[in-house]
Design a protein around this ligand. Structure first.
Ligand code: C2E
Ligand code: MG
Ligand code: MG
Ligand code: MG
Length: 279
């Protein structure tokens, strides 16, 4: 979490200094080098079924900086998004996921694609090329696009999302409820699942409006054949409430934190009983 996240963690890159072109160039140069130096890592967090079994894993990027330690994506993705550096990182992420998916037999991997990447045709050609290079099938992957990208989507962006879906990727609408996405978007957007933002899940226990919002979303989604994923499930009570409200998939610290590939894969392999019971 960044300073804005209010978790009391120190921000690595000074936001004010980032408005200075020279400082930004410096960080960009470091980030570009990080790709070549192998300092980027893709961690994985389980996404589970109603019975707690692992259905998929979300790949979440980290930068293992030699001096600044493990840097959160919230800090460096926005910097990368200011240039085509995000395309390079996006390609690294998808290649990593294609290489790692063999360690998660029977599971899919969900990756985050930036709205900036969707502004260029490169996203479609890159995904198609990497699939052919690695011999993977698009149906093994989910592409997450944030709600704000979807609501501001130009016809070109929509065409690219449809092209990715045409390749066989599942499309998920990420962070639903944080932007201005109305329920009517669910009908028009080419999506397979919707991830409800953590703020709604943590409110379920005490906020009737959140309960009604999630239930209504789940009912509409059922008609549209869209799966609802509850993000940020931290307690057994939140799991129960989200399930009752009609969510079909669940992700959060209650089931497992994002972890390096081998740790995440061991967790999947040993989870014979529902993960929720062993968490
Ligand atoms: P996101 O896609 O919404 O990912 C979920 C975030 O919530 C992750 O933060 C995850 O660690 C965190 N989280 C999961 N369960 C819980 C929980 O129970 N409680 C709390 N408090 N948090 C939980 P993370 O890994 O710091 O990633 C932040 C954001 O950075 C992501 O949000 C995504 O928008 C972006 N991001 C991460 N990896 C990539 C990537 O490879 N490419 C791009 N373009 N963006 C990425
Ligand atoms: Mg995501
Ligand atoms: Mg999310
Ligand atoms: Mg989120």
């Amino acid at each position: 979490e960044s300073k804005a996240g209010g978790r009391g963690r120190v921000t690595v890159f000074d936001e004010e200094m980032l408005s200075d072109k020279r400082y930004r160039r410096l960080v960009e140069r470091e980030l570009r080098a990080a790709v070549y130096l192998g300092e980027l890592e893709l961690h994985y967090q389980p996404i589970v079924d109603t019975d707690g079994s692992v259905d998929a894993l979300e790949g979440l990027i980290r930068w293992r900086h030699p001096v600044r330690s493990l840097i959160s994506p919230a800090e460096f993705i926005p910097i990368a998004e200011r240039s085509t550096l995000i395309d390079m990182i996006g390609e690294w992420v998808f290649k990593r996921a294609c290489a790692d998916i063999g360690h998660f037999p029977g599971r899919r991997i969900s990756i985050n694609v930036s709205g900036e990447q969707l502004k260029r045709d490169e996203i479609v050609t890159m995904c198609d090329r990497v699939l052919r290079e690695t011999g993977r099938s698009a149906s093994q992957f989910i592409i997450e696009i944030t709600e704000t990208v979807a609501t501001a989507a130009t016809p070109e962006v929509l065409r690219r999302i449809e092209a990715l879906r045409g390749l066989g990727f599942h499309i998920a609408l990420d962070d639903f409820g944080t932007g201005h996405c109305g329920f009517n978007y669910l009908k028009s957007l080419p999506i397979d699942s919707v991830k409800i933002d953590r703020s709604y899940i943590s409110s379920l226990a005490h906020d009737q409006v959140a309960q009604i919002f999630v239930s209504a979303l789940a009912q509409i989604a059922r008609i549209q054949d869209i799966t609802i994923v509850a993000e940020g499930v931290e307690t057994a009570a939140e799991f129960t409430l989200a399930k009752t409200a009609g969510c079909g998939r669940f992700q959060g610290y209650f089931f497992g934190r994002p972890a390096p590939r081998d740790k995440a894969s061991a967790l999947c392999a040993t989870a014979h009983e529902p993960l929720a019971l062993t968490a």
